[in-house]
Design a protein around this ligand. Structure first.
Ligand SMILES: Nc1ncnc2c1ncn2[C@@H]1O[C@H](COP(=O)(O)OP(=O)(O)OP(=O)(O)O)[C@@H](O)[C@H]1O
Ligand SMILES: Cc1ncc(CO)c(N)n1
Length: 263
């Protein structure tokens, strides 16, 4: 029996709700074999990020070399990539192996703590963003990267086009988790804009929603699904995961990575 392989290149969250451990759980629950290269260790919990310890870029290169020289994954994602030289290393592997790549441009944790510097953001835009099959900014990240304020639906449409038509991503999903009203996400693939909407769940149990969502997209691409199909599965999965959150920790708790049972 063969299994599709998904790779996550991201930071750790020792409580397992966000980052690389959440990605592995999400891939596992979608029937995909998960591999993981660690970019940063964080000391964090549901209340916030207490400290960050970055892995040197040349060691990330060794991790990726160990993976790719042995077995090439079918799709990969990046999450927290704190420093510019890490991005340069990761971009080399994406270019060389040309596998579907989902970029979650992690800048700030759910708790509001910064996970990337301003200087790295310019490199993110220059190196990783143009290589991405799907880039998945939340509203704040979309504002920071597209360098504009997003208040209205027209603003969102303008931002979507900046990501694809100007910055060179193949497609973008702007997540509306931080808007008021329904939870609507917007996909643009250079041709058309499509949206998926679910009623907003009234909860603070949303730690790691972005990581989990992009890991599901990666798992679906690893199976050979289209971006549209991956988007639909990702949205259904994350909605179920938030609805069935296990109530762990004293703050913004994690979602349930095993509740979604769809195809
Ligand atoms: N309260 C909610 N009810 C329903 N769906 C939600 C809610 N919060 C987030 N979502 C959905 O979860 C997914 C992730 O979106 P979100 O905007 O929370 O990402 P994020 O901010 O990157 O996450 P993170 O907190 O991990 O940084 C999107 O599909 C979004 O619509
Ligand atoms: C390691 C890590 N990556 C991403 C996020 C964003 O939720 C987080 N809190 N921690």
């Amino acid at each position: 029996m063969t299994l599709p392989i998904g790779l996550t290149v991201a930071g750790t969250d020792p409580t397992g709700g966000a980052g690389i451990f959440a990605d592995l759980k999400a891939m596992h629950s979608r029937g995909v074999y998960g591999m993981a290269a660690v970019t940063s260790l964080t000391a964090q919990n549901t209340l916030g990020v207490q400290d960050v310890y970055n892995v040197p870029a040349d060691f990330i290169d060794k991790e990726l070399n160990s993976i790719f020289s042995d077995e090439v994954p079918h799709a990969m994602k990046t999450g927290m990539v704190a420093e510019a030289d890490m991005m340069t290393v990761i971009a080399e592997y994406i270019r060389k192996y040309n596998i579907p790549y989902v970029m979650d441009p992690v800048m700030i944790a759910t708790s509001g703590d910064r996970l990337m510097t301003d200087i790295s953001m310019a490199t993110l835009i220059d190196t990783l963003l143009p290589l991405s099959h799907i880039v998945t900014p939340n509203l704040h990240e979309a504002e920071a990267i597209a360098n504009m304020t997003i208040r209205t639906e027209e603003d969102i449409h303008r931002a979507l086009k900046i990501f694809v038509d100007e910055m060179g991503a193949a497609s973008v999903i702007i997540k509306g988790g931080h808007l008021s009203g329904d939870a609507t996400d917007y996909l643009y693939d250079g041709k058309k804009i499509s949206t998926l909407t679910r009623a907003r769940i009234d909860t603070d149990q949303t730690h790691g929603t972005g990581c989990t969502f992009s890991a599901v997209l990666t798992a679906e691409l690893a199976k050979g699904r289209t971006v549209e199909e991956a988007f639909r599965t990702g949205k259904a999965y994350i909605t179920s995961a938030i609805q069935n959150s296990p109530g762990i920790g004293k703050g913004s708790g994690p979602v349930n990575h095993f509740s979604y049972q769809g195809d």
